[in-house]
Design a protein around this ligand. Structure first.
Ligand code: CTP
Ligand code: CA
Length: 224
């Protein structure tokens, strides 16, 4: 019994995870997206499943591939699709990690036909999308809720504000200052901050190793 827990510390735990970008339609052939590859989220999914967790991986459009009997992949396109999928699973999970790069805005009106070009500038009005992480923070019961933060300035204080605003237990701050870190890269440099604002900084590492650090931190949190 003790042996199984040592090897599979997440056995019996359910994890909701978001990964990748979202695409927000402009018309039937165009969208607003971002450069997120999904690599970080998929690495977390694999690490958690290898430690025994049952993973609900809600992924935006991504070329990443994952094959593990404990990983259930739910493919979505827009922020609204991702919101709906997260709300479907959240009540039944123990942990939620939201690593997706969700669009903050979407076109207010989606053209039903392809927009034709004209000799004038085109203005597309955007409206805010729903904040999935914040919405889960508002309804959370015993779930451990983990967010990500991408900041270019006042990194730590901005990340701390997100912990409070979204009612998080942990936030993973992605440092963009390091050239090897971030979107579409194989490496990341992170700082993990908890709800008491205790910080832990990690060196530049592969996303696989970063996933292990994040999961280790979550396992420690779950044990007290
Ligand atoms: N997030 C989300 N739904 C959104 C926007 C963000 O769930 N509509 C989540 C991200 O997955 C991430 C966290 O919120 O875990 C922080 O995302 P980030 O873009 O850093 O922060 P925002 O709150 O969107 O604020 P800003 O982009 O202005 O820094
Ligand atoms: Ca954002």
């Amino acid at each position: 019994e003790d042996d199984i827990l040592a090897k599979l510390p997440l056995k019996g735990k359910k994890l909701l995870l978001t990964a990748g970008p979202t695409y927000e339609a402009i018309d039937p052939v165009r969208f607003i997206g971002n450069h997120s590859s999904g690599k970080m989220g998929f690495a977390i999914a694999k690490t958690a499943a290898n430690l025994g967790a049952e993973v609900y991986l809600v992924s935006g459009p991504s070329h990443q591939i994952i094959k593990h009997s404990l990983v259930h992949r739910i493919d979505v396109t827009s922020a609204q699709d991702m919101y709906d999928a997260c709300h479907k699973y959240f009540a039944n999970v123990d942990i939620a990690i939201l690593s997706a790069a969700v669009a903050d805005y979407r076109p207010k009106n989606v053209a039903t036909q392809k927009i034709k070009k004209k000799d004038a500038s085109l203005i597309i009005e955007l409206e805010p999308t729903k904040d999935i992480l914040k919405s889960l923070g508002e309804i959370k019961k015993n779930q451990l809720l983990v967010g990500f933060a991408l900041e270019t300035n006042d990194e730590v204080s901005n990340a701390q504000k997100k912990i409070e605003k979204k009612n998080l237990d942990l936030i993973v701050l992605n440092s963009l200052r390091d050239k090897g870190a971030g979107f579409a890269r194989d490496t990341n440099k992170i700082t993990i901050i908890d709800s008491d604002f205790k910080e832990k900084s990690f060196p530049l590492k592969s996303k696989k190793e970063v996933a292990k650090d994040i999961i280790d931190e979550i396992i420690q949190k779950l044990s007290h």
